[in-house]
Design a protein around this ligand. Sequence first.
Ligand SMILES: Cc1cc2nc3c(=O)[nH]c(=O)nc-3n(C[C@H](O)[C@H](O)[C@H](O)COP(=O)(O)OP(=O)(O)OC[C@H]3O[C@@H](n4cnc5c(N)ncnc54)[C@H](O)[C@@H]3O)c2cc1C
Length: 437
Amino acid sequence: MLADAYAPLREIPDLDVIDGSQAGVFRIGEQRARLAVRPRTHAAAAAALRACAAAGLHVVPYGGGTAQTLGHPPFRIDVVLALDLLRGIHAYDPHDLTLSVEAGTTLAELAQTLARAGQHLPLDGAQPARATVGGLLATGHAGWRAGTYGRPRDLLIGLRTALTDGSQALSGGMVVKNVTGYDLGKLHAGALGTLGVILRANFKVMPLAPARRFVAAALPEGTRASVLTRIDTLILRPSAALVLRGWEGELPWKSGDEGSIAVMLEGAAGEIDRATRDLRSALGAAGIPGASIFDQARADDALAQLNDLWGSEIGGRSAAYCLRDDTTRLISWAAMLERIAVTEQMAVDFAADLLDGRLLVRLAAPTGHALRSSLPSCEEFIRKEAPGARLLHAPEWARREFPVWGGEPSAIARMREIKRAFDPAGTLNAGRYVGKI
Ligand SMILES: Cc1cc2nc3c(=O)[nH]c(=O)nc-3n(C[C@H](O)[C@H](O)[C@H](O)COP(=O)(O)OP(=O)(O)OC[C@H]3O[C@@H](n4cnc5c(N)ncnc54)[C@H](O)[C@@H]3O)c2cc1C
């Protein structure tokens, strides 16, 4: 039966079909794909979706595979639709500060192209050498500069998507004011590929700051609270500012008894030097002796290492949550979770975003088995205190049982309606999204 269902896919021009063990390279959690297809054209992607929908096959869009453990596990995977052949810059006008890029392009390739023209697009996804533009848009993830530059959807000015009826939908364009009617492109941002497959995206890009500096300092006992109050007094607002604890061996600077503070500064060289002096005196006044300074490319690398924390799992024995709250409450949250974790014999790593009010917390148990017995009580505590918290990564059993997206939003019925309108056969990423849509 399945062989027949796959047969129409082999007839589609410009569609590479990979089956058997080779398809198994496309790993989604504990599940493996039976068959994978790699479209070389937008039309092939749309035709593949129509054929799969007609045959009742379940499809998982696949970018760089760096966030395929996000969400609930898919109900089943009949076909992986890999976008890596839809790659490259479609149009780019540095003078207009606009760009159109294929969805399978990696974040690193995009950054290199823009840097050559002294520009950038602050899509700070983790693992940029593998993560793709389409994957980042579909997850809606935003890195540690979101408090300054906004989320990927805020930088989006146009989108081309393939729908399960085989059509392609265009929204927006290459100029900001080109949007009449509903800005449907933004609907796909953060929809986890449940409504359509992103083929190409248009963005407004920005000039790269002439000077970039990353400052990190270890926090000795009793200094964390006072440094937090002083960060707010800086003349030049950092583009990212975090308090961290743990992440042993994952960050290029030392941590103190109370963790560390990390700040990204972007602007003109004179401004950066002035801000660094301010920051040093603020740290000094808070009792913090010294700081590590990273400039230009080294600053970008330090920020990239910070963004990699978002997808940083400890094989099968860790889970990570993202909580949102007022920045003043983030540290007390982290302290509460540290207390819980101690009673559950778990290690805690956290990163508190002082500009955007997000707390990333990773809980790790000595073994996968130990996690199975200790994580439920942490989940219970978090769910009670922060119902909207997202479970970013965890072993499959937890992502099957726990409400990984937080409590169901009041608009869930409307969301199910929209899903039915866009994907009546439930072809795309079935069961992975909010409410197991
Ligand atoms: C658990 C976890 C949490 C993360 N949290 C953050 C965060 O908060 N902030 C941050 O900056 N980075 C975060 N990241 C990293 C970031 O998600 C990735 O850098 C990037 O989003 C994934 O891109 P990818 O191409 O690897 O996508 P993949 O891993 O291949 O796919 C991710 C999801 O998007 C869907 N998808 C992929 N391509 C398309 C497409 N073209 N059209 C439609 N759907 C598609 C997939 O089906 C899948 O559901 C996280 C990573 C992980 C693993």
